[in-house]
Design a protein around this ligand. Structure first.
Ligand SMILES: [Fe+2]
Ligand SMILES: [Fe+2]
Length: 268
């Protein structure tokens, strides 16, 4: 009997959702060496004067830096989930998430080396990371990272992919959108299990956590490093519009977990 069969047979229904995402994650696994290194340009190649090209490269570098920073934090968060989750099925699943986040980091590190190395850190991302790592309960951690963050980040990958056709950056973003879809789905499934017997007090702490996180997420979504300040201004109205749609979606997700979201304060 495989380890998987053992846990499935021990409790067939309660953790079926989480185990399904474990299977999915194993099937979706890829390797950094499979990326088209050397065949495609790392990021879109700029036109015009050398200065203009350098400026454009700096913009892409700052986009990659933000994702690299997010994935390094995600390594720490997923390792914490693996260590904290008491259920063997969830632990099994989290082994795949730790590997995914580590692989994402590997891909970003290689990519950023090709466009001039690391750049400015997004302070809001660091704060989001601390909020997660210092959250008191497993319910809160799964909620903040997998229910919210992993889901809210997916449209961003699609956006970056759309503006970087025919590059390694596009390829990575497409792969990460799939992986983070699995991370989110697994989190929804596990949060449902965790909330089955949860007290009202625990559910209230989730709403409080959402209220702490959402303004920081909004600041992160709208944050622009120096390299992107100019484009940042041009895009701000569109960014705010997009953010509103994403946050509304986050609230619907919380609602679908049976949480009373009437106390959630949206930062717009
Ligand atoms: Fe990731
Ligand atoms: Fe992820």
């Amino acid at each position: 009997m495989s380890a998987e069969e053992a846990v499935t047979q021990a409790e067939p229904s309660r953790h079926a959702g989480v185990l399904r995402f474990y299977e999915l994650a194993k099937r979706a696994e890829w390797q950094v060496r499979d990326l088209p290194w050397g065949e495609l340009p790392p990021v879109p190649e700029g036109k015009g004067s050398p200065e203009r090209q350098a400026r454009r490269r700096d913009v892409w570098r700052s986009v990659i830096m933000q994702q690299l920073q997010a994935d390094i934090l995600a390594c720490e968060m997923s390792a914490q989930l693996l260590n904290t989750a008491p259920d063997p099925e969830a632990k099994l699943y989290y082994t795949t998430m730790v590997q995914d986040e580590s692989r994402h980091t590997e891909a970003w590190l290689k990519l950023i080396a090709q466009v001039g190395g690391e750049g400015e850190r997004d302070p809001h991302l660091d704060r989001l990371g601390h909020m997660f790592l210092e959250a008191d309960t497993l319910e809160e951690k799964v909620f903040l990272m997998q229910v919210f963050f992993e889901r809210l980040i997916i449209p961003r990958f699609r956006l970056i992919a759309r503006s970087s056709r025919g590059t390694i950056l596009e390829d990575i973003c497409n792969r990460l959108a799939v992986d983070d879809g699995i991370h989110h789905g697994a989190g929804m499934a596990y949060e449902r299990v965790l909330l089955e017997g949860a007290s009202q007090r625990v559910k209230d702490t989730l709403i409080e956590a959402a209220n702490r996180m959402l303004p920081e997420f909004a600041a992160h979504a709208l944050w622009r490093p120096k390299a992107r300040e100019m484009i940042g201004h041009l895009m701000e109205a569109k960014d705010r519009e997009r953010l509103k749609t994403e946050l509304d979606h986050g609230v619907r997700l919380a609602n679908s977990l049976g949480l009373d979201v009437s106390e959630v304060q949206l930062p717009y």
